[in-house]
Design a protein around this ligand. Sequence first.
Ligand SMILES: Nc1ncnc2c1ncn2[C@@H]1O[C@H](COP(=O)(O)OP(=O)(O)OP(=O)(O)O)[C@@H](O)[C@H]1O
Length: 597
Amino acid sequence: MTIAPQTEAWLSDSWSRSQGAGLSETRLPQAVRLESDALAERHELYRKLIALVEQHALPLFHQLMAHTQSRLILSDNEGYVLRHWGVAQYSSKLANVALDIGVNWHEQHRGTNAIGTALTSKQAVSVIGDQHFIRQHRFMSCTATPIFSPTGEMLGAIDITSEQQRHSQQTLLLIASLAQQVETALLCHLPGSHYRIDLAEQASLIASGWQGIVVANAEGKILGCNPMAHKLLQSAKVGDDIRQYLGQQWHRPEQLLQHQSLHLKTQELVPSSRSHLVSQQIGVRFRDPQLERAWQQANKVVKRNIPLLVCGETGVGKEQFIKKLHHQSSRSQHPLVAVNCAALPSELVESELFGYQGGAFTGASRSGYLGKIRQADGGFLFLDEVGEMPLAAQARLLRVLQEREVVPVGSNHTFNVDIQVIAATHMDLASLVEKGLFRQDLYYRLNGLQVELPPLRDRLDKARIIDKLHKRYRVAPQALCAELLARLLCYAWPGNLRQLDNVMQVACLLAEGDEVLAWHHLPDHMQQQLRVADHLLPIESVLEESQSKAGQSLNATINANVAALYQECQGNVSLCAKRLGISRNALYRKLKVLGLK
Ligand SMILES: Nc1ncnc2c1ncn2[C@@H]1O[C@H](COP(=O)(O)OP(=O)(O)OP(=O)(O)O)[C@@H](O)[C@H]1O
């Protein structure tokens, strides 16, 4: 039996668990690594946590550790590394032992190590050099602590990893402080948060980083407390009125007050950390299932080099989808070459695709031209608007795709090419084939797998996209008014993402400097556009479960929005109806249908 180098109980327990998992001290275990699509999904899921770590923990880490060979690492609650920051040089050394993004560092897979052991023991730990179970890990020292949500759910772990000799005992204190910063930020992002109250028994501790923190809504109801505030206020519960504990004067902003034995200071939270931001109202982590399925399938066929056909209305994001697919693929180091088939005259198809030798025809350049297909060698050839390609050109394209070899115009040399072919169209190719406007053989050749990207009006993650675009274009922290959100959700978006992108960009520009982005910020022509009867699904009728054009999916989005807003308004029907821009009666009927009344 292997004996842990120290007798501390936590360490020998962890070594026993490592052995129990079938690991051997002398063998570097195979890395358990997420596939790129699963990793992208996890990044999306933990987007908010990653952003809070970057905002609240990273600056202090840089300040104190920038000169050391150290990295700050964030894992999720299963032990998968989500991100790391710090000295780049050291990163490649860690990558050699698989301390890398997407790899699982749970004890069960990597033996005793700070991330895995902190997650298992649910407390901060330092694992120094020889304390690592696996011999190859012993060149480093790691200190990690779990991060908890305001409701006590373990979200992941934050870790500092250094060269063994550079790790000091202070690191444990630092990591606890970094985790605390992130947990406080999570607390201040609770839905409905309006006030933050810092508490301490001694005035000098009020900004020490170890003070109690309570977050309350605009009416002074407690939404959450950090562990120190729980200790100081003892029986305080979510929903209690803060006056019960801190008296009537509690919300005099920015003044140091005293109530009985407690010192307190209240600050109003800035909109960016308040919950009436859309991101906290609705399940922004959620991705549309139809799109998700298309994404998963597309990734699989691209790995096997099977031709992919991406369909969808104009502006649904086909090109962006393909760019992302290329970026995630094993061909990402090679080019993505796009050919706009609609703009390609049939007489130029040959030279544009195959290239030509210098002086091959009148007007040809002296140096010749490589052609799109050879430019794409090793990478992706993206045939955009393939449905609009002239018939004559289709025959030539078919030959290239079949033979996978290219003879440039005017040359007798044959060049083999290795390309992944992806075509996109907003047209119904099968019906073009029926009408004799598209070659059947080319259709089959392009259609190894066909994926359909959903129109925006049918997407269940519309709220997430609105939130994303709002964050992209707003110039300063700014909330999104619920009424505007409801209207954006109800619109049928004939121009899809392109149209929404444009609306958000202009609205943010016009709302520059305002705390809340609202309907009145939209220019008149956009208000009119969004009101056009054909494209507007009236809020009231949607709320009353009428059969809208967009059907069930739209209703599901609206339902989620109404439920979240109702919760945020703490069950206040008048307030919720006002923010939705509908009558109280309409809201009552809706709440009844949702089982909330
Ligand atoms: N995932 C996305 N999130 C937000 N906006 C997006 C997304 N994808 C695309 N867009 C926006 O929509 C616009 C149109 O995207 P894209 O060109 O990929 O669509 P398309 O389906 O290829 O359009 P078309 O059929 O007209 O060529 C982009 O310029 C961008 O502004």
